[in-house]
Design a protein around this ligand. Structure first.
Ligand SMILES: [Zn+2]
Length: 86
């Protein structure tokens, strides 16, 4: 029986590695903004964040994802993520 290979990616904040499906992918969209990529298949420069609320806060406050993508992450995206923790 073949062992299924699960690609791992690193959270840009805590630097821990997670299976790709367990991370939130931010991607530079064709519209010039940043969007979330639930499928993990969108083209463009991407950055990964784990589901830890602390990482979301740090990333937002310190602009870590913004720095990775060289674009501003819209507040509406952070608000959508914050909804995960309420
Ligand atoms: Zn993290």
């Amino acid at each position: 029986m073949a062992v299924k290979y699960v690609p791992e990616r690193q959270c840009v904040v805590c630097r821990n590695r997670f299976a790709k499906p367990d991370l939130i992918r931010f991607v530079n969209g064709a519209d010039g903004g940043v969007s979330l990529d639930p499928s993990g298949r969108m083209n463009g420069r991407g950055a990964y964040l784990c589901h830890n609320a602390e990482c979301h806060e740090k990333a937002r406050k310190a602009g870590i994802v913004d720095r990775h993508l060289k674009r501003k992450v819209d507040d509406s995206i952070w608000e959508a993520l914050a909804g995960e923790h309420s």
